[in-house]
Design a binder for this molecule. Structure first.
Ligand SMILES: O=c1[nH]c(=O)c2[nH]c(=O)[nH]c2[nH]1
Length: 309
């Protein structure tokens, strides 16, 4: 007799590749390109794991079909913003199948940039610019008063580098320390940034300016790194991270907290003293990028709890 119990389960279809094109009457066209992961869970599915009973199992093939069905039948503005489409798909599943407790939908986007000629956007031709990837995930759960939603959005693989105005000095020193103070250094990282949303109400959440927040998070990330005028911000990756997140929280009330993971991809000045050449500290011009290991600086930043303000 089986004695083990299911502690958690979720099943569905991953990497559902769907492209939606919107064709306007004047010839202007838009594109959204997604890889969707859709997962269902609920106590009713336990017997499919433990008893070979498939009666309530909505086939993952049908879940994949639903993504294409909704991409075609929803109004375009419900599809073209990934956060809105994720909540639409998840809410559809929870409403349609009464034995589904939670539907988790994650969307990884492939951002196509509109081609520009003579500063004018081309009506129907696009190219892939940056390497960074926008993604979002929605968890829609059946609740007493309707549906409740939790959402994260973010981007990863935004590669940045600055050649000065970054330092790391005055850190803990002991017998295991070999790193010299670095009053001026090359700083490079591959940014992962993600944020959660305040609201758990589906209708309120769907009205969030998701595209504006995405653009603002990216702009603040770049601007804090390159331009923040406060000298202490550039004292370490930790300080830069905190300012990036603080700016996003100040700009967007709909955002609840912000998480960054910033690998510190080291570029060390190459010691050329054997050849009679000065290339260290203030003389550094030639660097050796180090693939591994990298530093790895992370934090989740939020507003102070209410009452502590
Ligand atoms: O910005 C930095 N933070 C650190 O914690 C650290 N540690 C290190 O060796 N280099 C750096 N740089």
């Amino acid at each position: 007799m089986e004695t083990s119990i299911i502690k958690s389960q979720a099943y569905g279809k991953d990497r559902v590749r769907v492209v939606r094109v919107v064709r306007h009457a004047d010839g202007w066209q838009e594109i959204a390109d997604y890889s969707v992961c859709i997962l269902l869970s609920g106590a009713a599915f336990e017997s499919s794991y433990t008893k070979g009973d498939n009666k309530l199992v909505v086939a993952t093939d049908s879940q994949k079909n639903t993504v294409y069905y909704l991409a075609k039948t929803l109004p375009a503005d419900r599809v073209m913003v990934p956060e809105v489409f994720a909540t639409e798909v998840a809410a559809f599943m929870v409403k349609k199948y009464s034995h589904v407790t939670t539907c988790h939908v994650k969307i990884i986007t492939k951002p196509w940039e509109r081609m520009k000629f003579d500063n004018k956007g081309h009506p129907h031709s696009f190219y892939r610019e940056g390497k960074e990837t926008r993604w979002t995930e929605a968890f829609v759960t059946r609740a007493q008063a309707g549906l409740s939603v939790k959402m994260n959005s973010g981007f990863y693989d935004l590669e940045v580098l600055k050649t000065t105005n970054s330092s790391f000095t005055d850190f803990w020193r002991d017998e295991l320390t070999t790193l010299p103070d670095m009053p001026d250094r090359v700083l490079s990282t591959k940014v992962l940034c993600q944020w959660t949303f305040v609201s758990d109400d589906l209708d309120t959440l769907q009205k969030t300016p998701f595209d504006t927040i995405y653009a603002g998070a990216k702009r603040n990330t770049l601007d804090a790194l390159a331009n923040d005028p406060r000298a202490w911000v550039h004292a370490s990756v930790q300080t830069t991270l905190y300012i990036m997140a603080d700016r996003i929280l100040n700009d967007f009330a709909a955002v609840d907290d912000v998480y960054y993971a910033l690998p510190n991809i080291h570029y060390f000045p190459f010691d050329l003293s054997k050849f009679g050449l000065k290339n260290l500290q203030a003389d550094a011009e030639v660097y050796m990028p180090i693939a591994d290991p990298s530093g790895y600086i992370t934090a989740t930043v939020s507003r102070p709890a209410k009452g502590k303000l």
